[in-house]
Design a protein around this ligand. Structure first.
Ligand SMILES: Nc1ncnc2c1ncn2[C@@H]1O[C@H](COP(=O)(O)OP(=O)(O)O)[C@@H](O)[C@H]1O
Ligand SMILES: [Mg+2]
Length: 351
C-alpha cells in the first residue's frame, strides 16, 4: 500500500506555447483508484510518464511514501505502466511476456512459472501461455499487459487509456476486471481516460485536467452535485447555470431570490454562478412549493424512455429539468409551470 504526492509539477515541451503540465498538485491515498480525466492533449500521459521516470519534470516533485522519486531510476521506483497500445514483446510468448520482469531480476524459474500462472488466472486468461501476442485479440493482449505489470507487485499501477481500443462489450468486461483486481490487490492505481462516464463508473476520485491544469480532484458524486467551476460542471453534463449575486445568505438572480444552503457560501465571490442538475429540479402545475419556486413556460417536452426532459423558460432564462418515466401528466409546450430549485440541491460556484 503506497501513497503518492505530486507537488507543483511542471513540464514543458519546446513545441508548445504553454506547459503541457502546469503546476499540478495531487495527493493520492494508499489503495485509491484515481482516474485522470480530460480531453486528448491535456497532459494525462505526460504526468504518468513523469511518475514512471520516462520524462523528467522541469520542476516540482513526485513523492511516493514520503520519498522523492525523481532521482530514482525507472526500474527501481516500484511503478508500472500499462500503455494504451499494450507494447507486448512480439517474439515472446505470453508466459515469457508476463514473466519478463522476474526473469530480469534473476528469480528462480520454478517461482516465475508459478507466479505467471497466478497472474494469468488473476486476469482470467489461463491456458494461453504459449501463444504469441499476434495470436491474441486486443482484449486478451490488454489482459496480458496487465498481468505483466502486476507480476512485480508494484507500489503504483498506471493504466493509460486501457479501454479505449476495445469494443463496447469488451470494455465493460475489462472495466469490471480492473476494478475487481484493484480491490483484491489494493494497489494504488491511476487510470487515464477521456471518457467521463468511464471515470465515474470506475474511480474513487477523479482528477479533471484541462490544458495541463488540474481543475478539480474529488469524488464522482461531487462533480455532479458540487462542481468547483463551470468548466468542470459542463464536462459532467451540467446544463443549468444562473448568474447570482450574494445577498445576505441568499443569492439574488434575475429569476428572483434563491435560498442557498451550500457550505461554501462564505467562500463565494460577490458575483457567482448557480448550477443544479436537471434531475434535481421539481415541477408543479400549481405552486406547491414554499421555497425557491419560480413561474415559467414550457418550451419543449422530450420523452426518452426512462426520462422526460423539459426545457423551461423562466424570465428569459432556459432551464432543463428531467423527470423519471413519463414525467408530469398533461403538460405540453407553452403551458405555465412552477419550477422548484430545492435549496439543498443547488450549488454556487465562483466561475
Ligand atoms: N515527447 C513529446 N514531445 C513534444 N510534445 C509532447 C511530447 N509528449 C507530449 N507532448 C505534448 O504535450 C501535450 C500533452 O500530451 P499528453 O500528455 O500525451 O496528452 P493526453 O495524454 O492528455 O492526451 C500535447 O500537446 C502533446 O502534443
Ligand atoms: Mg494520452
Amino acid at each position: 500500500m503506497s501513497k503518492l504526492n505530486i507537488k507543483n509539477l511542471i513540464k514543458s515541451f519546446p513545441s508548445m506555447d504553454r506547459p503541457a503540465v502546469n503546476n499540478v498538485n495531487l495527493d493520492i491515498e494508499s489503495g485509491e483508484l484515481v482516474a485522470f480525466l480530460g480531453p486528448s492533449g491535456c497532459g494525462k500521459t505526460t504526468i504518468l510518464k513523469m511518475i514512471t521516470g520516462l520524462f523528467q519534470p522541469d520542476s516540482g516533485d513526485i513523492i511516493l511514501d514520503e520519498q522523492s522519486l525523481l532521482k530514482i531510476p525507472t526500474e527501481k521506483r516500484g511503478v508500472v505502466m500499462v500503455f494504451q497500445n499494450y507494447l507486448l514483446f512480439p517474439y515472446m510468448n505470453v508466459n515469457e511476456n508476463v514473466g519478463f520482469a522476474l526473469k530480469m531480476k534473476g528469480v528462480d524459474k520454478n517461482i516465475i512459472d508459478q507466479k505467471v500462472k497466478e497472474m494469468l488466472e488473476l486476469v482470467k486468461l489461463p491456458d494461453i501461455g504459449l501463444r504469441k501476442p499476434k495470436q491474441l485479440s486486443g482484449g486478451q493482449q490488454q489482459r496480458v499487459a496487465l498481468a505483466r505489470a502486476l507480476i512485480s507487485n508494484p507500489r503504483i499501477l498506471l493504466l493509460d487509456e486501457p479501454l479505449s481500443n476495445l469494443d463496447a462489450h469488451l470494455r465493460d468486461e475489462m472495466r469490471d476486471l480492473i476494478v475487481t483486481i484493484q480491490q483484491k490487490l489494493k494497489v494504488t492505481t491511476i487510470f487515464v481516460t477521456h471518457d467521463q462516464e468511464e471515470a465515474v463508473l470506475l474511480a474513487d476520485k477523479i482528477a479533471l485536467i484541462f490544458d495541463g491544469e488540474l481543475q478539480n480532484f474529488t469524488s464522482p458524486k461531487n462533480y455532479y452535485e458540487k462542481p468547483k467551476n463551470i468548466k468542470a460542471a459542463k464536462f459532467f453534463g451540467g446544463v443549468n447555470f444562473i448568474n447570482a449575486k450574494k445577498d445576505n445568505h441568499n443569492l439574488s438572480t434575475n429569476i428572483g431570490t434563491v435560498h442557498y444552503k451550500g457550505e461554501n457560501y462564505t467562500d463565494l465571490n460577490e458575483d457567482n454562478i448557480i448550477t443544479i442538475r436537471p434531475e434535481n429540479i421539481k415541477l408543479s402545475k400549481n405552486n406547491d412549493f414554499n421555497d425557491n419556486s419560480f413561474k415559467g413556460l414550457i418550451k419543449s417536452v422530450i420523452f426518452s424512455g426512462t426520462h422526460t426532459r423539459y426545457k423551461i423558460i423562466v424570465n428569459d432564462l432556459e432551464l432543463e429539468c428531467s423527470l423519471q418515466s413519463v414525467g408530469l401528466q398533461d403538460i405540453k409546450t407553452d403551458d405555465t409551470i412552477y419550477v422548484h430549485l430545492p435549496s439543498d440541491k443547488i450549488w454556487a460556484m465562483n466561475e
